[in-house]
Design a protein around this ligand. Structure first.
Ligand SMILES: N[C@@H](CCC(=O)N[C@@H](CS)C(=O)NCC(=O)O)C(=O)O
Length: 246
């Protein structure tokens, strides 16, 4: 039995959702409500001591880290449609892209997202409420990030992160002008993991991601959104992810 704990179809949670649907695997979706800080509750920290989503429960084995979950699904269900090449050179190429999204691309986009979304949310809390939430966060770096978002990230940090977003967008556009998918001729975890972060940039970063400046990146985002498994995943995720306990 597979159960996926997630915030729903965005960012890191989107990676295993895309892989599960593309592979046609049956699973129970369990929505963890970020607005209620459910991921910092004890029941969830028993599953993932870092208090972060996504987390996969496969017959009682808990797998964490979004990209690792995707690779795990490939290893555990090799007969389902493959999302990882078989040729070692192509596997290496795919992993360069999944490593890059985890180590570079997701971080700059994340900081801007925290500034835009988490900051205003954190500022609505009283000092007392805020400190009570912070005290339940298990990872020290995440506590610091909450404090920085609440205070507003320094201008130099935001400028540097926006520079890195620009580098990321250029890198994706260049690669996608050379081949239809990031690791070559086939749709792989390289596409899934990068799309999870890039989808929506045509709205949130429309000045640098648009049909004129990055035609190949926009076409790739649209192509992935048109895949039957992706359409089904977005449609079902809207209705199939009731809050925990419902
Ligand atoms: N490296 C982890 C990062 C997971 C992560 O940052 N998850 C976010 C949601 S996209 C989260 O749980 N944020 C809440 C928090 O860190 O307090 C992965 O790829 O799974």
């Amino acid at each position: 039995m597979l159960t996926l704990y997630s915030f729903g179809p965005a960012a890191n949670s989107l990676k295993p959702l895309l892989a599960l649907y593309e592979k046609g695997l049956e699973f129970t979706p369990r929505f963890v409500d970020p607005t209620k800080f459910e991921h910092h509750e004890d029941w969830f920290k028993k599953l993932n001591p870092r208090g972060q989503v996504p987390a996969l429960d496969h017959d009682g084995h808990i797998i964490t880290e979004s990209t690792v979950i995707c690779e795990y699904l490939e290893d555990a269900f090799p007969d389902a449609p493959r999302l990882r090449p078989t040729n070692p050179v192509e596997i290496a190429e795919m992993r360069v892209w999944t490593k890059w999204v985890d180590e570079y691309f997701c971080w700059c986009v994340s900081t801007i997202g925290w500034e835009r979304l988490i900051g205003p949310m954190a500022r609505k809390l009283s000092d007392e409420e805020f400190e009570a939430k912070i005290a339940r966060i298990p990872v020290p770096e995440q506590r610091t990030k909450w404090r920085s978002a609440r205070a507003g990230f320094p201008k130099e940090v935001l400028e540097e992160e926006m520079r890195k977003v620009g580098v990321s967008v250029d890198r994706l556009e260049k690669r996608l002008s050379e081949s239809p998918w990031l690791a070559g001729e086939n749709y792989t975890l390289a596409d899934i993991c990068n799309f999870a972060i890039a989808n929506g940039m045509q709205f949130g970063y429309s000045d640098i991601v648009n049909k004129d400046v990055t035609p190949n990146l926009v076409a790739w985002i649209e192509r992935i959104n048109e895949r039957p498994a992706v359409k089904e995943m977005f449609a079902k995720s809207k209705t199939e992810m009731p809050p925990r306990g419902e």
